[in-house]
Each structure stands twice: as C-alpha cells, then as structure tokens.
Design a protein around this ligand. Structure first.
Ligand code: HEC
Length: 110
C-alpha cells in the first residue's frame, strides 16, 4: 500500500531522518526548561535583572555568595538600578538557588 516505505534502494533514509530529528530536539527541549526556581527574591530578581537580558541568564551559573555579590555589583556598574534591600534579596536568592558546588562533594558536581 505504501511502496515508498518498503526497503528499496535507499534503506537508510528513514534512519537518517530519525537521526536528524534527534539532533534537532534536545536544544529545543532545553530552552523550554529554563525557568527560575521558586523562592523568596524570585520576583525581585526577575524585575530587576530582566532589564537588559533575560533574568534566566543566571541559570547554570554557580557561585558562592561573594561571587554573586560581585556579579550583581558588576551589573550595577552596567546600569542595573534598585535599592540596597532589593539587591540583597537578589543576592540571597541567587546564593541560595545557584550555589557553588562544594569541592569534594560528588553530588554537587555536574
Ligand atoms: C543595565 C543592564 C543590565 C541589568 C539591569 C542587568 N544586567 Fe546582567 N548583563 C548586562 C550586560 C550588558 C551583560 C553582558 C556582559 C558582558 O558582556 O560582560 C550582562 C551579563 C550578565 C550575565 C552573564 C555574565 C557572565 O559572567 O556569565 C549574568 C549572569 C548577569 N548578567 C546577571 C545579572 C543579574 C543577576 C542581574 C540583576 C541583579 C542583571 N544581570 C541585571 C547588563 C545588565
């Protein structure tokens, strides 16, 4: 009924097509998963850190509190505006949700 599906002179076509799909899918799925975790400070982080780029830019970065403080103050240098209180909330949020993996902690390593 579907002669084109019979194994003909080019049996690998379907396989190649499937491979192409596999190659194309993962980045798409990944992009959809990027969302900031829930927690205190999330709303402030979204509001203040999405002015110039997506606030989700922080996802995947892992820093200790000092590191986040430095990063946030470098964003202030670039022009991010907020109160001290707001920046403290953001640093707390980032340091809690995106901590630097402990050295020697197998589970913390990705
Ligand atoms: C006034 C604009 C502006 C605001 C507001 C801003 N950023 Fe940025 N951010 C930038 C620019 C410009 C870059 C590109 C950095 C570069 O080229 O060095 C960047 C890059 C970044 C990066 C990637 C840099 C790296 O080292 O990986 C992170 C993470 C980041 N911003 C986090 C934040 C956070 C957290 C906030 C909220 C406190 C924030 N940004 C608010 C302008 C801004």
């Amino acid at each position: 009924m579907f002669p084109a599906l019979k194994l003909g002179p080019r049996p690998n076509r379907a396989a190649l097509f499937a491979l192409g799909l596999l190659a194309a899918l993962p980045p798409f799925a990944h992009a959809q998963k990027k969302q900031l975790p829930e927690g205190p400070g999330k709303v402030t982080t979204q509001r203040i850190c999405s002015g110039c780029h997506a606030a989700e830019i922080v996802i995947g970065k892992q820093l200790d509190r000092d590191g986040w403080e430095q990063l946030v103050s470098s964003m202030v240098d670039k022009g991010a505006t907020g109160t001290d209180d707001e920046f403290n909330q953001i640093i707390d949020y980032l340091a809690t949700n995106f901590p630097k993996p402990q050295t020697g902690d197998k589970n913390g390593q990705k």
